[in-house]
Design a protein around this ligand. Structure first.
Ligand SMILES: Nc1ncnc2c1ncn2[C@@H]1O[C@H](COP(=O)(O)OP(=O)(O)OP(=O)(O)O)[C@@H](O)[C@H]1O
Length: 992
């Protein structure tokens, strides 16, 4: 694989091909050869992650799948039971006064067959009494014969009489109870005799009447009950000797029929509302989960590591669909367990699918809402608001079937119907209503009775709802068109799923994210969105040309905008190194693996209007980047480092310019670049409830690292940053430094070729920092690494090239030595002498090193600064200091202690001072040095240090802020440390 773009930069035939081949080869290194396969791998990885999180957030998962459904079913059951007790007295026996004529049997309708009298026991004596009763009771039932019928058996309990029956012997009183319970309104009277032989012979009997609905009305059965008992009494007296007989009678109601035998009123009418509430738990959890992930930038982090947008949504959708499925099973299962007729009398799978479709349509709607919300609190508030609205809607619309079906009234405006189609809970309410009218039954206005439903079978999905089920009044039925078949509610819920998912994907692109990224509203018309690139790929030369042309246009526009305005700052000219770097970046013949050209980011104050005073975070940045070379970006807070990193990593869109990585354009081929990229963002983006090992597995999966390599990779990387021992601990238990190390390691997964490290060692202790440094140092081979830091030591040690940014512009570039030499103040020497010799020493030093500046003179402690111009004299001075006995306490700088001093001294890389002092040819021999003026006599000790990178940095920042130095807090402690080391030296020397 070519390591440079040398051959590509000619406009020759190999130009573009080599570029692409290079990029392709890079991608193939990571097995990113097939987008679809990668997508599937990512989906699997994300599903595993979601499952881990759902297990860790078990309270929310249990609430969604178990507690919610069971709680609301239980509440329904309580209401149902309460309602049963109320309903017991009123509903289930007929109200005969509402009928055209009272039937002889008080049957279901006047013409329905029924049983006139049930009696027990079937003995000759009882039959004798009843025969007498019949003979004396003819006038009550002129139309019916009260003949004895065939005895009923227990198996007859469940059957309705098919013909009108006279007097039916039954096995016992319990039979009368059970039969009338199972078959309400089929029996007029029951009589149970219990004859105790005398004397006196005791005739005890109990009569059963249908006494329901007698509370507040004139009881039409009171008379017949009295006439029956009188007739029975007379019949007994007829068949026995009245002087030796005792009669006692007790009266009883037929058993009160529990409403569920006929109807499930509460569940039918309140079901849509309660199941909506249960589903809202899922809805609000989804809102919270997805928005929190966005708010904490977890999603961005995964996207920067190559996660595809479609995979992200698909994984959440599938995970939630699974939860919804479990929730649907629990709902239907417990609905059956609670013995709700709508559940027990409907096809199990119809119920299950209906609840599942309702759940996934609500989840899809929640997804759509998450695309418009940035804060999880707002998301929850929106969820609660929708909850209240939905609750009101469901309670109003589905409180009874008539209102529920009113939407099919021809007088309901079509627009209302079409709007309702897009509300998942309306479609669910309709489906549930359809099932309950079939399963539970309906109220018949004519007879004022509830008619049990036939049950909801699979086939009923396809049939239109019978009109008598939907509208109780005949006249209204004519106004209603046919109510659609229940299956239509399924179709509508499926449509809702598709509709909201499409909206989700669309809004996700066009609504600006936290970084201000958004696509054009018509982005889907651009073929490149679908990965189709019809335009010829530009060669590097063409690409550079277009960048230059764009900048010219941009500058012209800016000039026009700022004409006649003196409040717009005028930019300084580039430093010569910066200018040279710009030329290199714009030179197509220069070989490099990556280049940044005229990169710009403007944060607009107003979304709609550009202003010359908009915040320019990065301005016309030009850089070249090479493999194996780490570029350290330095800059004060707000200099534009993170914005630069964010643009290069695709987190933020640039507002001008572009970057080319291995021939791939940052603006148009970011997805491909991401496959070769690793990012350690400024703030740790970790899943609180995942362990270090799970993080590595997640990101390695997203990066398509071969499965078998992941365990070894995990061990190796976690050991390298000393996290192996805590690999099983959840990340929220880590210290700041541990989190940083984990973030760092994540950025190196998938063997990335380009790595962005944004302040990777912030918050780490010195030992771990050094571990991370050596890890980066080893890892940078063959990779492009850009690192931002506020640690000068870090930049000095790691940076092969160091850039200093201020106000979004590049101010200086070069290696550490170059910058120190160019911008540094030279060297400092501190020495100790007797106060009496101070003046002599001063004159000697000033003679040896012309131009040196005395910075401090107190009690024999001298501090001199030698500007870069006096570099040549320093060896002579050192010779003088070293040529004689340096005296006790000599504090010579050595490579080792210099490197330990960090930014306070040379880094130990290749100090020009050391080079000079070790090269004999540069050292002038001391001349005219006599014993009186030898350093051994005069100087007790000395220390020497080169200008630190920090001083260079401070100088550059000061220069970039001519109106006043803007505080740079990080520098302070290091500076103080330096001063204290100088004073320590003085103290040692003087013994004070
Ligand atoms: N989303 C934004 N909207 C408006 N201005 C922004 C936005 N993000 C950054 N800026 C501004 O852009 C400038 C550069 O910010 P950036 O975060 O890149 O600085 P930095 O060099 O990374 O600082 P630090 O060292 O503090 O991380 C700052 O003035 C900042 O206020």
């Amino acid at each position: 694989m070519p390591s440079t773009l040398a051959s590509q930069d000619s406009d020759g035939p190999s130009d573009q091909a080599a570029n692409i081949a290079n990029a392709k080869a890079r991608q193939d290194d990571f097995s990113y050869s097939n987008g679809f396969v990668i997508g599937l791998r990512q989906l699997w990885t994300m599903l595993k992650r979601n499952t881990i999180l759902q297990i860790r957030y078990r309270r929310s998962t249990i609430a969604q799948t178990l507690v919610g459904p069971i709680l609301f079913l239980f509440l329904l059951w309580i209401l149902q039971e309460a309602d049963t007790n109320v309903q017991l007295r009123s509903n289930y026996h007929p109200k005969p006064w509402a009928l055209p004529g009272i039937s002889q049997c008080q049957g279901r309708t006047p013409s329905d067959p029924c049983i006139n009298i049930m009696f027990t026991p079937d003995t000759p004596e009882v039959r004798q009494i009843l025969t007498a009763l019949n003979s004396r009771n003819q006038q009550r039932e002129p139309a019916a014969s009260l003949d004895f019928e065939e005895a009923m058996t227990a198996s007859d309990l469940t059957t309705l009489p098919t013909t009108t029956l006279g007097m039916v012997p039954v096995p016992n009183g319990q039979f009368i109870y059970d039969y009338t319970l199972q078959n309400p309104n089929t029996t007029r009277f029951g009589i149970e005799f219990s004859i105790v032989e005398g004397p006196p012979k005791n005739f005890v009997y109990q009569t059963w009447f249908n006494f329901t609905n007698t509370a507040n009305v004139t009881d039409p059965f009171g008379d017949s009950m009295l006439s029956l008992t009188r007739a029975v009494d007379e019949a007994i007296l007829l068949v026995t000797d009245s002087s030796t007989a005792d009669l006692s009678v007790s009266l009883k109601d037929f058993p009160l029929v529990p409403p569920k035998v006929a109807n499930d009123m509460v569940v039918s009418s309140l079901g849509p509302m309660f199941f909506f509430c249960s589903m809202m738990i899922v809805f609000i959890c989804v809102l919270n989960q997805v928005v929190t992930e966005k708010e904490l930038h977890l999603r961005h982090s995964m996207q920067m590591m190559g996660l595809k947008t479609i995979v992200y949504w698909a994984s959440w959708w599938l995970s939630n669909a699974l939860l919804v499925f479990v929730s649907a099973i629990v709902t239907v299962g417990f609905g059956i367990a609670f013995d709700f007729v709508v559940f027990t009398n409907s096809n199990f799978f119809v119920m299950l699918i209906t609840f599942f479709l309702f759940g996934v349509s609500m989840v899809s709607m929640a997804f759509w809402i998450t695309t418009m919300v940035k804060a999880s609190r707002t998301a929850i508030l929106i969820g609660i608001f929708l909850f209240i609205i939905g609750l009101l809607f469901e309670s109003m619309v589905f409180s009874n079937s008539f209102v529920g079906y009113i939407w099919y009234d021809s007088s309901t405006p079509s627009v209302a119907k079409y709007c309702l189609m897009f509300i998942p809970f309306f479609n669910f309410g309709k489906a549930f209503l359809d099932m309950s009218v079939f399963a539970s039954g309906r109220f018949d206005v004519l007879t004022e009775t509830y008619i049990p439903g036939p049950g909801f079978k699979w086939g009923d999905l396809y049939n239109n709802i019978p009109k008598e089920y939907t509208v109780p009044y005949d006249d209204a039925r004519t106004r209603y068109p046919q109510v659609p078949a229940p299956i239509e509610s399924w179709y509508l819920m499926l449509m809702n799923v598709g509709f909201f998912l499409i909206l989700t994907l669309y809004f996700d692109q066009v609504v600006a994210d936290d970084y201000g990224n958004r696509r054009h509203p018509l982005f889907f018309l651009d073929p490149s969105f679908y990965g189709l690139h019809f335009r010829k790929k530009q060669s590097t030369r063409e690409w550079i040309k277009s960048q230059v042309a764009n900048k010219t246009t941009r500058d012209a526009k800016m000039k026009k905008m700022t004409r006649n305005r003196d409040d717009v700052p005028v930019e300084d000219d580039d430093d010569e190194d910066v200018a040279a770097e710009r030329s290199l970046a714009l030179d197509a013949d220069f070989e490099t693996q990556a280049r940044i050209c005229n990169l710009q980011k403007v944060f607009q104050e107003s979304t709609f209007k550009k202003s010359p005073l908009d915040k320019i975070a990065v301005k016309d940045l030009c850089l070249t980047l090479q493999e194996g070379k780490l570029l350290a970006l330095l800059g004060q807070n707000g200099a534009g480092k993170s914005t630069t990193m964010n643009m290069l990593s695709g987190l933020t869109r640039s507002t001008g310019g572009d970057a080319l990585f291995y021939g791939l354009s940052m603006n148009s081929e970011m997805q491909e670049i991401r496959s070769m990229m690793g990012v350690c963002p400024q703030h740790d983006i970790l899943f609180d409830d995942m362990t270090a090992e799970e993080h590595i597995q997640l990101y390695a999966g997203l990066k398509n690292v071969p499965k078998h390599e992941i365990p070894k990779l995990t061990e190796e990387r976690l050991k390298a940053v000393r996290l192996w021992k805590v690999k099983d601990r959840l990340s929220h238990t880590y210290s700041g430094g541990m989190k940083r190390r984990l973030s760092m390691v994540i950025s190196t997964l998938g063997d990335p070729r380009i790595i962005f490290l944004d302040e990777p060692t912030t918050g780490m202790d010195p030992t771990n920092r050094r571990h991370v440094w050596s890890f980066i140092e080893k890892f940078k081979k063959g990779r492009i690494i850009i690192l931002t830091t506020h640690s000068m030591e870090e930049a000095d040690i790691l940076g092969d090239r160091i850039c200093v940014m201020a106000h979004g512009r590049l101010r200086a570039i070069g290696n550490s030595i170059h910058l120190k030499n160019k911008f540094g103040a030279g060297y400092r020497i501190s020495m100790m002498t007797d106060p009496a010799n101070t003046e002599l020493v001063k004159s000697l030093i000033e003679a040896k090193v012309p131009g040196c500046i005395l910075k401090d003179d107190s009690a024999g402690a001298l501090l001199y600064q030698f500007p870069p111009t006096s570099m040549g004299s320093i060896p002579r001075l050192v010779q003088w200091l070293e040529g004689v006995d340096g005296g006790s306490g000599s504090a010579r700088a050595t490579p080792s202690n210099r490197s330990e001093q960090g930014s306070n001294a040379n880094s130990g890389r290749s100090s020009p001072f050391l080079g000079a002092s070790s090269g004999a040819e540069h050292i002038s021999q001391p001349t005219g040095v006599d014993a009186e003026t030898s350093a051994g006599k005069l100087v007790h000790g000395y220390g020497i240090s080169q200008t630190s990178l920090e001083e260079v940095f401070l100088k550059l920042i000061r220069d970039a802020n001519p109106d006043g130095y803007q505080g740079y807090e990080v520098s302070k402690p290091a500076h103080d440390e330096k001063q204290s080391s100088d004073s320590q030296l003085r103290n040692r020397g003087t013994g004070r």
